[in-house]
Design a protein around this ligand. Structure first.
Ligand code: FE2
Length: 210
């Protein structure tokens, strides 16, 4: 019997600890600036529940080696899935760093980034006591007709509707732009910081005019 798994959701992950030290250092000023922009709010209402987002990192040369690495990986990620990448150029739509509140409560509700082909995370500060990403089943039909799973399906919750991904500093995750994701509520026990990016594959004919 042939067993075929069509319509898979491909997620790539790997450990790339060599970027952690330099990117944490390069990110510090962005996080500090993001907190400064929110200074008035923090003073009046406290820091609970917030996440502090940087301005774009795509033009900062301190992130160049990393950007080249993840840009290449994202291209390979699409190529590996059989997409005809000779016809497309991959372009960063956005790349930014964020850190959750010191007092806890930082989180992101489930979302997708519209009109993107590849999304990714790179974790700079995290532990088993911090927030973590959760991916959602993207097939609405499958979501509506789930059955109970066998016990001990590691990382799978809610009848495989949710995948809990537990990163460590240096974990790189690349996933399809259509994949809904969220971040669990952080308790503010230890710092939680990561880089997030989105990439579009643009037809080369169109990219020539950009
Ligand atoms: Fe996101």
């Amino acid at each position: 019997m042939f067993i075929s798994n069509y319509f898979n959701t491909t997620i790539w992950s790997e450990q790339k600890p060599e970027f952690v030290k330099s990117l944490n250092k390069a990110s510090n000023k962005y996080i500090k600036d993001a907190r400064t922009r929110e200074k008035k709010f923090i003073k009046e209402h406290g820091d609970f529940g917030r996440s502090y987002h940087s301005t774009p990192l795509t033009a900062d040369n301190d992130f160049l080696d990393f950007r080249n690495y993840i840009g290449q990986k994202s291209w390979e990620y699409l190529d590996h899935q059989g997409f005809d990448m000779q016809q497309y150029t991959t372009m960063f739509s956005e790349m930014w760093v964020q850190e959750f509140a010191k007092k806890g409560g930082g989180h992101h509700s489930a979302h997708i980034h519209w009109n993107q082909h590849v999304s990714g995370f790179y974790f700079l500060k995290c532990s088993d006591k911090t927030s973590y990403p959760i991916f959602h089943e993207p097939r609405t039909g499958a979501r509506a007709t789930k059955l109970k799973m066998k016990p001990n399906q590691k990382g799978v919750w809610g009848g495989s509707e949710l995948i809990h991904f537990k990163p460590t500093p240096g974990t790189l995750i690349i996933f399809p732009g259509f994949l809904e994701h969220e971040f669990s509520v952080d308790f503010g026990i230890e710092p939680f910081r990561f880089i997030h990016w989105n990439i579009q594959a643009v037809p080369k004919e169109m990219a020539k005019d950009v």
